[in-house]
Design a protein around this ligand. Structure first.
Ligand SMILES: *[C@@H]1O[C@H](CO)[C@@H](O)[C@H](O)[C@H]1NC(C)=O
Length: 449
């Protein structure tokens, strides 16, 4: 059992993206790269009328800087005796029974717990790995480092993290294991507007980046994907199901019921395997998998889910590691160079608690430079580097990758991310390939040379 992504062969280079500067960076909440005209239009056409359990007046508070950390001001000692969905003996955390009226139930709970309902939309990051030790030599250490990487990002961004190591539905293993976990997490976290599933082998490589949630207002799920590859190429690698956002909503329960109906616990499992393999010619194994299932639902429009699924490809919502790892040294140097010649604020030491204010500063400054675009051609740090097919825990990596591609690649990405955190603590790795660290002098990196 593992909770990493299915191994997908290298996908074709992403189709050229329409780019424009329609989203002012002040609106895009620290986003420094440009967004496609289409996305910008969606944003500006005002998709504000969709379901939101957070009452509109509370939303207004999100413009107040004092709410920038979602973990503040929560009254976690208060749970009134009023009945909620938690007191309903017929409600189950398991996936075998459908949920109904969840939006109402959630709204009711939030009303009883007003300290949880103000401020910006809360995110719960959910990740996990197997209940047993890893078979591969580096496996458990890499999982620990990847977990630390997620914990770092969450601490810096005021996001809660739930890391699960139990198989909640024994027949839903491998990449199917996340569905029952996400379901349970939605119930345990009615205050979270979004569940952010991140595979254990996906590493956050830009600590400065905040998810552009405003973009996703009209949607209930966000996944990295390319419409051309879904509708024209009909590839099972047209999207990646290893990292996604899903809105804590009745929609999510219903959608996951349909998605899970293709899983190994379902009587239709075999039928779905056949249907997926005949639909996606590049799918190389007969069993039904979550990623092909999701691509199938989008391709066919079955169930009408796709209208609420946002295919994000304007930045590395999750990026294919082979496209990234070889560039990390260069990206790292580029940041140092920009910070050497940039304003002093980029080099100012600061407390970890005010990290986001400096992240914003860096995003603005770096955004002014040439070639900053995210994606394979730019030097902007990739947000998420995903080691799809590396299977660090089992070691059963896709044969197209060498052990070095995977293991060294992961350590490099982890150190790349760790440098951004260690900097707050006054240190940095001697090189991306090194476990050794060096103290940083005052006014770094200007003082460096
Ligand atoms: C794997 O490593 C080899 C040798 O360094 C390199 O040429 C190749 O591009 C790498 N492959 C991937 C997928 O990163």
């Amino acid at each position: 059992m593992q909770m990493q992504s299915s191994s997908c062969p290298p996908r074709p280079k992403s189709p050229p993206m329409a780019r424009s500067g329609l989203i002012p960076s002040s609106l895009a909440d620290g986003l420094v790269f440009t967004a496609g005209a289409f996305l910008a239009l969606l944003l500006f056409l005002g998709l504000y009328s969709f379901f939101s359990p957070t009452p509109i007046p509370n939303r207004l508070f999100s413009f107040s800087p004092s709410f920038s950390s979602s973990s503040s001001r929560i009254d976690d000692t208060y749970d009134p005796p009023d009945e909620t969905f938690y007191d309903d003996p017929t409600l189950t955390y398991t996936i075998d029974k459908p949920m109904s009226n969840w939006d109402e139930k959630r709204r009711h709970w939030l009303k009883l717990h007003p300290s949880f309902s103000g401020g910006k939309e809360r995110i719960l990051m959910v990740s996990g790995s197997q209940p047993y030790p890893c078979r591969s030599y580096h496996g458990d250490h890499i999982l620990l480092r990847s977990f630390k990487n997620k914990a770092d990002y969450c601490r810096l961004h005021g996001i809660e993290l739930f890391y699960n190591t139990a198989l909640l539905n024994p027949s839903m293993d491998f990449f199917w294991a996340k569905i029952p976990v996400i379901r349970a997490a939605m119930l345990a976290h009615p205050e979270a507007e979004w569940i952010w599933w991140v595979d254990s082998d996906a590493i956050i490589t830009d600590m400065d980046f905040s998810l552009p949630l405003d973009r996703y207002r009209g949607h209930n799920m966000v996944v990295n994907g390319w419409p051309q590859l879904i509708y024209e190429k009909k590839s099972w690698c047209s999207l990646n199901a290893g990292v996604f956002l899903i809105r804590n909503s009745q929609w999510a329960f219903d959608f996951m019921d349909e998605w899970a109906s293709m899983g190994p616990q379902s009587p239709d499992y075999e039928k779905w395997g056949k249907l997926q393999t005949s639909t996606f010619k590049d799918k190389m194994f007969p069993n039904s998998d979550d990623q092909s299932g999701l691509a199938y639902l989008i391709l066919t429009g079955k169930g009408g889910w796709r209208d609420k699924i946002y295919l994000e490809n304007e930045y590395y919502f999750q990026g294919y590691f082979a496209e990234i790892v070889g560039r990390l040294d260069e990206i790292s140097e580029q940041y140092v160079e920009e910070e050497q010649k940039g304003p002093a604020v980029l080099r100012r030491r600061h407390a970890e608690g005010v990290f986001l204010s400096y992240a914003k500063e860096r995003n603005t400054q770096h955004g002014k430079e040439k070639g900053v675009d995210t994606g394979p051609m730019g030097w902007r740090r990739p947000f998420v580097t995903h080691f799809t097919g590396c299977q660090p825990c089992s070691g059963d990596r896709n044969k197209v990758y060498s052990a070095d591609n995977c293991t060294m690649g992961m350590y490099k990405a982890l150190n790349f991310a760790d440098d951004q955190v260690l900097r707050i603590y006054g240190f940095r790795h001697a090189s991306l390939a090194s476990a050794d660290v060096q103290p940083l002098p005052f006014d770094y990196p200007r003082s460096e040379g």
